[in-house]
Design a protein around this ligand. Structure first.
Ligand code: SF4
Length: 445
């Protein structure tokens, strides 16, 4: 296991969670931007869900027009700074960079992006001036990447926008769910304040929309409603012992860590159940918090894991061990109702289906169990609204304008995709804003 001591102070926490994409200085940015070939029909642009003109902003950095570069980025992606740090650039823009064909390190697009946008944020450079009010009001439920992106685009076009969020801080999973070694909360929140100041949407924190009266009020007071409601709590596994005290949901654990840093105490042995990117983050975080043994247990083979390869490599680099083709049967407790381990059974995949191998049960000791096995959908809210069709997996059905089957409601983000990257939510939130504009301008609605 890698040598991470349990952090006792904020500076030890920051050391353990040092940024994997640290901010470039201007000399680094200049030299890195000099390497770009400014490709025609650049594949990096095609690989970016928000379609940022990457060669243009890199050229602007190279000619020392840093604010120009920042504007190029924000014009396509309101979360330009966060995305430079949290995007899986390895499989998006940087993965598509032509240098990969020559076995040369691709351009560090993400870090260049954060370099330019960081300067604009810190120096409070104003790029956008919303049009005067057109008298139309839109409610946005959820201040995550989709909701904020939608709000910015609507405000730019003169709509009044009120954003309601159940949490105390905006940006959804960007602040609550992304591992601290990718981005620190203060960076996320600086970008959120920067956007709020420029676009002037009203943000109502600690405001949960969950009752029929809340919905009825929004329905009466707004011309359109955007749902950026994300996903719910970690889903149950339905195995004995999963309600014991030391069994946690991955999303809930990551959120706790993002807020309370070194005050979270992680024990010696942790088992993380799951094979997605959230499982990788939770496992890596436990290792960086000083756990002596972190096992990532997945029901299928390593090759079948949905996590990106680089995320698994990152987890392995801090000492996380993978255990594949195993399924949890029971979380076992000691007499004091404290988790003592998990009873597993080995599995095999036959014709795409997982089958338990009879007689292969075994016990693996641990102090904590973290479930990273998917999140529930926000179906109760959707049922209150009514008329919103969902897919068999509970995600919201939308058309090409992100409009739901209840015409006044639009949706984007994880509640529609089932769980994608921040950059996808940003792109779809903006698309929804365009859909709302079209809907409200059609027939003079
Ligand atoms: Fe520059 Fe690579 Fe994009 Fe070409 S593909 S424009 S070299 S970043």
């Amino acid at each position: 296991m890698a040598e991470y001591k349990s952090p006792l102070t904020e500076s030890e926490f920051e050391e353990n969670f040092s940024q994997i994409k640290p901010l470039m200085n201007s000399t680094e940015a200049y030299y890195e931007s000099s390497r770009c070939l400014f490709c025609y029909d650049a594949p990096c642009v095609n690989a970016c869900p928000t379609g940022i003109d990457i060669p243009l902003f890199i050229r602007q950095i190279n000619s020392e027009n840093i604010f120009g570069a920042a504007k190029t980025i924000f014009d396509s992606n309101y979360f330009g700074h966060a995305c430079g740090k949290v995007c899986p650039t390895e499989v998006l823009c940087e993965g598509a960079c032509v240098y990969n064909h020559s076995d040369v390190k691709p351009i560090e697009i993400g870090r260049l992006q954060s370099f330019a946008t960081h300067k604009a944020i810190i120096e409070e450079k104003i790029f956008y001036h919303p049009l005067p009010s057109n008298g139309k009001k839109v409610a946005v439920i959820g201040a995550g990447p989709a909701g904020i992106s939608c709000a910015c685009e609507l405000r730019l076009n003169g709509f009044e926008v009120d954003v309601f969020d159940s949490k105390a801080m905006p940006s959804g999973l960007t602040v609550h769910g992304v591992a601290p070694y990718k981005i620190m909360n203060e960076d996320v929140l600086d970008e959120m304040s920067y956007l709020e100041k420029q676009f002037g949407y009203r943000l109502f924190h600690n405001t949960t929309i969950s009752a029929k009266e809340d919905i009825d009020q929004l329905h009466r007071n707004y011309d359109a409603i955007f749902l950026g409601i994300g996903l719910g709590h970690t889903s149950d596994l339905n195995i004995p012992g999963e309600n014991l005290g030391n069994v946690f949901g991955a999303v809930e654990f990551i959120e706790e860590l993002k807020i309370h840093h070194h005050f979270v105490k992680v024990p010696k042995k942790v088992i993380v159940l799951g094979g997605g990117n959230t499982a990788m983050d939770a496992a890596s975080e436990c290792a960086r918090m000083g756990a002596e043994s972190v096992i990532l247990a997945y029901r299928r083979s390593k090759e079948e894991m949905p996590a990106f390869d680089f995320e698994y490599e990152l987890a392995k680099s801090v000492g996380v061990k993978g255990m594949f083709n195993v399924s949890p049967l029971e979380v076992v407790s000691s007499q004091l109702s404290v988790v003592s381990g998990i009873k597993f059974i080995r599995t095999q995949t036959i014709n795409g289906k997982i089958e338990n191998i009879p007689g292969s049960e075994f016990f693996e000791e641990c102090d904590w169990v973290i479930k990273a096995t998917g999140q529930s959908k926000q179906t109760s809210l959707l049922n209150l609204i009514g008329g919103i069709q969902t897919n068999s997996n509970g995600t919201i059905v939308v058309n090409e304008y992100q409009q739901t089957t209840n015409k006044k409601y639009f949706a984007a983000g994880d509640a529609v995709s089932g769980g994608q990257e921040v950059v996808n939510a940003v792109a779809d939130g903006k698309k929804a804003a365009k859909g709302i504009i079209e809907y409200l301008q059609r027939d003079g609605r």
